[in-house]
Design a protein around this ligand. Structure first.
Ligand SMILES: Cc1ncc(COP(=O)(O)O)c(C=O)c1O
Length: 442
């Protein structure tokens, strides 16, 4: 199977190609095989939304790594900023450097005014760990409320707050004080209801869960604006605002995990803007460096101010190269109006994806906002039985047709649609054609 030569995608022969095959064989000898399912492609180069593998095949990328390369693969301005910083200084730990000051200023400049302080780390999990620590330290309490299906990273505070089996399985007890409540997964409503009829019943269960499980030591609540790893599950409008109000009514801290939903992904710079949320703490990752390992927390000054000297640090956090990337990404986002672009291009995606859903036997649900969609594959649209095998097959078929996609989901049956925000209209149309063709070939 090979793609027609109309657009940018072009796969010659079988996957993996000969060079990829050789690299996979070498890799399997030396690195543990514990990553998720991926197409048999060894990436070599990326530009914008197009990836070339080591055999010279070209693909349109709907993964952005894992919602990381928001400004596009190897954006020339980002690359230049990293190169220039690297030539001057690579690391100096906690001593101040110029890019770190500029990065903090750049980040604060795009945050809502109440989030007036930040601190840098390397990974999203590290940012979540830090936010959790601050919720405990500031409140003097230890219980953290979170949600079924949540993913907040693989370190201990992250996996404890998380509500997916994968990161926890086999590791014994998690950190004490975790209270989890149902998230509104409306396509598979835990209460067998519908958004129109239920009156957001999940919120009642938030109260119930806390009543049943709390020892009276609530510190805070952490939530993603939409569940990412659980399958791009967007709560009904107003739910997040009510969760925030619930946290306020309990007098506890409200943390939003925007590690993946920020930097334009949902069509606004921050997903919190959709519902005017005012979190006390914000965990940020992925898009902030748009490929460079950097993450951060942002907080109200009086909240993060609970930490005194020496109470938080990170070996790589605030290093000059990552910091230069933070500045460059903010500039690119602003100049290229990438949040607006995501919104605009998202409309095209939504229209086409809904039409594809109509004609597909397996596309049970399409949900999303801006340039992030989840496509839930089922064996039968009536029974909604998850189709994880078909999902893996679609990843392979799409790759052979020139489209890179990945899967997520509580049941492993959701395709993530999250291209770099710079994807062009013709790349969007071409990639949607490929998806449609690939679904037809299952
Ligand atoms: C919402 C959310 N929080 C935290 C994390 C953890 O980030 P990292 O993998 O950089 O540690 C992720 C990663 O996918 C995420 O999606």
């Amino acid at each position: 199977m090979s793609t027609e030569k109309r657009g940018v995608a072009c796969v010659k022969g079988k996957l993996p190609g000969p060079r990829s095959k050789e690299l996979f064989a070498r890799w399997r000898q030396v690195e543990a095989q514990c990553a998720g399912y991926q197409a048999s492609v060894v990436w070599d180069q990326g530009r914008g939304a197009v990836v070339t593998d080591v055999d010279g095949n070209t693909f349109i990328d709907w993964t952005s790594g894992v919602l990381v390369t928001n400004v596009g693969h190897c954006h020339p301005r980002l690359v230049r900023a990293i190169q220039q910083a690297a030539e001057k200084l690579l690391n100096n730990y906690e001593c101040l450097n110029v890019p770190r000051v500029e990065a903090a200023e750049a980040l604060i400049s795009v945050l809502p005014p109440h989030l007036d302080k930040c601190f840098f780390f390397s990974t999203g999990s590290e940012a979540v760990e830090a936010a959790t620590r601050i919720m405990k330290r500031k409140s003097g309490h230890f219980e953290i409320v979170s949600f079924y299906g949540g993913f907040h990273g693989r370190t201990y505070a992250g996996l404890t707050a998380g509500g997916l089996p994968g990161p926890k399985k086999g590791y014994g007890p998690t950190i004490p004080g975790a209270i989890r409540a149902p998230f509104p997964y409306c396509y598979r409503c835990p209460f067998k209801s519908s958004p129109e009829a239920c009156g957001m019943m999940c919120l009642e269960f938030l109260d119930d869960s806390v009543r049943a499980n709390s020892t009276g030591s609530l510190a805070g609540l952490i939530v993603e604006p939409y569940l990412g790893a659980a399958g791009f599950i967007f709560p009904p409008e107003g739910w997040l605002k009510r969760v925030e109000a619930w946290a306020r009514s309990k007098g506890i801290l409200f943390t939003l995990d925007e590690v993946q939903s920020s930097y334009g992904r949902t069509g606004k710079f921050w997903a919190m803007e959709w519902e005017d949320l005012t979190p006390d703490l914000l965990a940020i990752g992925k898009g902030i460096g748009s490929s460079v390992p950097v993450s951060a927390i942002a907080a109200r000054g009086e909240v993060i101010g609970v930490l005194g000297p020496g109470e938080m640090s990170s070996t790589m956090g605030g290093n000059p190269v990552s910091s230069a990337a933070v500045v460059a990404v903010v500039e690119i986002m602003k100049e290229e109006k990438l949040a607006e672009r995501a919104l605009q291009m998202g409309r095209l995606f939504e229209r086409r994806l809904r039409a594809i859903q109509e004609s597909s036997l397996y596309l049970g649900d399409v949900r999303g906002r801006g340039l992030v969609f989840g496509l839930e594959l089922v064996k039968d649209k009536q029974t909604k039985e998850p189709a994880p095998d078909l999902t893996r097959k679609l990843i392979d078929v799409a790759a052979r047709n020139g489209l890179l996609i990945g899967s997520v989901g509580t049941f492993g049956n959701v395709i993530r649609v999250a291209p770099p925000l710079v994807i062009t209209e013709s790349e969007a149309e071409e990639s949607l054609d490929i998806l449609e063709r690939s679904l037809g070939q299952l």
